[in-house]
Design a protein around this ligand. Structure first.
Ligand code: TMP
Length: 221
């Protein structure tokens, strides 16, 4: 008998929004209630995609323009979906992914101005049926997010995107909010400017609300 498809949750947001911390906390929480969870990230999440991550975030691809960056994000995603996400979902596992398609739609699409038909085609090829069931948008002001990211970097130069100016990061925030507003069935906006414990509580509530049949017995509010 084939196992039921697992659940696919993505976390999105600008720099310093706390996605990675919250993704880990959510994975621990679900595991502590007996669920089988795969925690992964983009760009990356498979050996091939991690290699592409280094080129993209180091800035080596930037001179070729947003279209080429979009191609490489899609190539990394295709490998990640094939090797990590789709097999896990097919096994019935829960997949939590730190960034996914919405980051491309925002960074390369809305802000990088790659045309929608190209992005849509790349997305379709890269992910096939592996669409997120729930996307948590961690929203924080660009100023606060960049301050957090700078504190975390401890004086080291940020990656290719962190090095962009304030207007870029404000455009990223606006685009994420627009995208989430246009797809309320899938996306939940969480105020990430608060203490991590408060953010984690809202995330747990959103997950329970979206998957009541799976979690009502196992994850308290
Ligand atoms: P992060 O791992 O610190 O979140 O950094 C990943 C960076 O890559 C972040 O600045 C957003 C960017 N990015 C894109 O531009 N497009 C994408 O599709 C993904 C997944 C990330």
């Amino acid at each position: 008998m084939s196992s039921p498809r697992g659940r696919f949750i993505t976390l999105e947001g600008g720099e310093g929004s706390g996605k990675s911390t919250q993704a880990k906390r959510l994975a621990e929480r679900l595991r502590s209630h007996g669920l089988d969870v795969v925690l992964t990230r983009e760009p990356g999440g498979s050996p091939g995609a991690e290699a592409v991550r280094a080129a993209l975030l180091g800035g080596a691809v930037k001179p070729y323009g947003s279209d080429v960056e979009a191609l490489l994000f899609a190539a990394a995603r295709a490998d990640h979906v094939d090797r990590t996400i789709a097999p896990a979902l097919a096994r019935g596992q829960w997949v939590i992914c730190d960034r996914f398609i919405d980051s491309t739609r925002v960074y390369q699409g809305a802000v990088g101005q790659v045309e929608a038909p190209l992005l849509n085609a790349l997305e379709q090829v890269a992910i096939g049926p592996a669409r997120p069931d729930l996307t948590l948008l961690l929203d924080i002001s660009s100023e606060a997010g960049l301050a957090r990211a700078a504190a975390r970097a401890q004086g080291q130069v940020g990656d290719r995107f962190e090095r962009e100016g304030m207007a870029f990061h404000q455009a990223v925030r606006t685009a994420f909010l627009e995208l989430a507003g246009a797809d309320p069935e899938r996306c939940v906006v969480v105020d990430a400017g608060r203490q991590p414990d408060m953010v984690a509580i809202d995330i747990a509530k959103a997950v329970r609300a979206r998957f009541p049949e799976a979690l009502s017995e196992t994850v308290p509010a």
